[in-house]
Design a protein around this ligand. Structure first.
Ligand code: NIG
Ligand code: FE
Length: 415
């Protein structure tokens, strides 16, 4: 029996609409009370009230999933992670607790470069196994699609190894993995002062192979003081775009450098972090339709101010939320913690936070046509929460409420 009818959902959150939701529309989550969803194979075929769908299904053989007392919503899209890496940096976390800063650790040779050594030393199999374990834990939080970045190799062999690990995980794990090339993630000592040479090495030696083997859809760069300048980033993004990569940018994370403005100028699909973005940068992104991908768990872990997500929405931007799971600045993939921070500290309503984690997350990985909402024709990636209302999500602070995860029409996790 390939048909399934989820019925009697106390609240069915569809997030339906045409693509990403901007500004005020982020509050419209398409709620249906006593809702139902009909799945056929891996696709959603009908959505409505239980009464409507039961009528439509009479005489049809389908497996019933009773969602009485539960919230039903699209699977979460974690649209920003660095989940494939070797080793750990727990020592750095302890130094930061004592007052050290993320950038000063990086400038002393720690930070991303410390993970580079460990990732170079790891085998492809080790990266795949560590990645698989992390995907298992994401799935428990209801994540059905995740974006993952390279950027812990900074040489041809290891950048490709990270991307090949993600490609293998995408084909062998039920969570979908969208890959991003992020060679310009850090500058090794031998390239200090010659950042443009490093970018050209990536553009000429590494990225053609990435394209040839179809290892990544997006190209990303860490545009930051003492990392890559706006000029170098513009050069990288221009050339990457010519090669057919869609663009992302780590912008204004620690220092206001103009990354948001550059994202708008370059027509990036999304801009990430944005903690320090200027008001003009925010308006530019809103006008250019750049998805503002904010990562509150990183701000929390680094004790930095949160991105102005409220202002972004008020200016009409489409905001997405991502975890930024990585071994340095933010070692968490907790969706409930992200929701709590977004609602309590960034001033988002729960409706806006859910839009940011579903349809807008899907748009940040250029998949809003396939995932991120419960609508006929979309991939059947659906989660059931233990409680009857979305309002339990921030209220049960940082507690995982996901009971059942349906991926491509199959139940893949149940608690
Ligand atoms: O998004 N800021 C740059 N990249 C990551 C951190 C990576 C790391 O510290 O290993 C970020 O925060
Ligand atoms: Fe990041």
């Amino acid at each position: 029996m390939s048909k399934k009818l989820i019925c009697h959902a106390a609240e069915l959150v569809t997030c339906a609409g045409k693509g990403p939701k901007h500004g005020k529309d982020m509050s419209d989550i398409g709620m249906i009370q006593d809702g139902a969803v009909l799945i056929d194979g891996d696709k959603i075929v009908a959505v409505g009230t239980t009464e409507q769908l039961k009528q439509q299904c009479s005489g049809i053989d389908c497996e019933i999933i009773d969602a009485t007392g539960k919230t039903v919503m699209p699977g979460f899209v974690d649209s920003h992670t660095h989940f494939v890496f070797g080793g750990y940096r727990a020592d750095e976390f302890s130094w930061r607790l004592k007052g050290d800063s993320y950038m000063s650790i990086m400038e002393r040779g720690g930070g991303i470069n410390a993970t580079v050594s460990k990732t170079r030393a790891a085998s492809l199999e080790e990266l795949v196994e560590a990645g698989r374990d992390r995907l298992d834990r994401m799935l428990e939080f209801g994540v059905t699609t995740v974006e993952g970045k390279s950027g812990y190799g900074l040489d041809k062999e290891t950048e490709l190894k990270q991307l090949r690990a993600m490609k293998e995980l995408n084909s062998t794990h039920c969570v979908d993995v969208v890959s991003t090339f992020m060679g310009p993630h850090s500058v090794l000592p031998e390239y200090k002062g010659r950042e443009r040479d490093f970018i050209d090495f990536l553009l000429h030696e590494v990225m053609p192979v990435v394209k040839e083997e179809n290892l990544a859809e997006f190209a990303d760069i860490f545009t930051e003081k003492n990392v890559f300048s706006v000029e170098d980033s513009r050069h990288y993004m221009t050339e990457a775009k010519k090669m057919g990569f869609k663009l992302k940018i780590h912008a204004d994370e620690i220092v206001q450098l103009g990354g948001a403005e550059l994202a708008a100028e370059m027509g990036a699909v999304s801009a990430e972090h944005l903690l320090q973005s200027s008001d003009k940068g925010i308006i530019d992104m809103a006008k250019a339709g750049v998805i503002c991908n904010v990562l509150p768990c990183t701000a929390f872990c680094l004790k930095e101010p949160y991105a102005k997500a409220r202002k972004m929405i008020d200016e009409g931007a489409a905001v997405a939320l991502g975890s930024d799971l990585n071994p340095g600045s933010c070692f968490t993939n907790s969706i409930p913690l992200m929701i709590a921070l977004a609602c309590i500290y960034m001033g988002l309503s729960i409706e806006e936070a859910l839009t940011a984690l579903t349809i807008n997350g899907a748009a940040a990985v250029d998949r809003a046509d396939r995932i991120g909402s419960i609508e006929p024709g979309k991939q059947a990636d659906i989660i059931l929460l233990k409680y009857p209302s979305i309002h339990f999500l921030p209220y049960h602070t940082a507690i995982n409420l996901v009971e059942t995860v349906i991926k491509n029409g199959e139940i893949v996790h149940k608690r």
